[in-house]
Design a protein around this ligand. Structure first.
Ligand code: ZN
Length: 207
């Protein structure tokens, strides 16, 4: 329900951030990859069925493919699913998103940011969504044990800011969830998850 509420707040406020969410490996009738319930697929279906949203973009930047979201929304043309993930990583058997961008092992900041921004700009033009669900997974981080990419914390901040700014420039509301992130140091992990919220706050203050 938190993700649904976040999406509703995003529609009112332009940006809203959930302090949890992004359990994108959960399928309709089974859980997977630490995920029991697919919050984003549930939330977008609710909003589409209520007629509150006509077209949504699921923009998933967690390092793992959003296989549950892809499968659950495969027959839903009003929700466009895009996953930008490390290709050689969990899940082994990938589902088909409307757009899958598989990244090579060890990708670094600049190549990653170029890919994310180019993909998002094309999709905002093409899909013309009236809401974006953004999965800001921080398991792209270079020292994440389950990540396999090589992105710095500055790179995460640049990604989050760039994604949010591009949505705002086009007046498309954006709802963020934290997605994945792994670290034995819980404080460091919490700070990493907070990056998207800090970036959203700064953008709001500046506008
Ligand atoms: Zn992940």
């Amino acid at each position: 329900m938190g993700t649904l509420m976040t999406a509703q707040l995003a529609l009112q406020q332009g940006i809203a951030c959930h302090l949890a969410g992004g359990t994108h490996h959960a399928h309709y009738d089974f859980g997977s990859g630490f995920c029991i319930f697919n919050d984003q697929a549930f939330a977008v279906r609710q909003l589409l069925d209520r007629g509150v949203v006509k077209k949504a973009l699921m923009f998933d930047c967690d390092v793992h493919q959003g296989d549950g979201t892809a499968a659950m929304l495969a027959d839903e043309p009003r929700a466009f699913t895009c996953s930008i993930h490390c290709e050689k990583n969990f899940p082994v058997r990938k589902m088909k998103s409307d757009l899958d961008v598989g990244l090579p092992l060890g990708m670094t900041d600049q190549d990653y940011l170029d890919t994310v921004f180019e993909t998002l700009e094309q999709l905002l033009d093409w899909v013309q969504p009236d809401l974006v669900f953004y999965d800001a997974g921080v398991d792209i981080f270079q020292h994440d044990p389950l990540g396999r990419l090589h992105i710095s914390e500055q790179g995460i901040a640049d990604r989050d800011r760039g994604v949010l700014a591009r949505c705002r420039q086009r007046n498309v509301p954006v709802a963020t969830v934290i997605g994945g992130g792994y670290d034995d140091d819980r404080d460091a992990l919490a700070q990493r998850h907070a990056i998207v919220i800090e970036q959203a706050f700064e953008l709001k203050v500046e506008s």
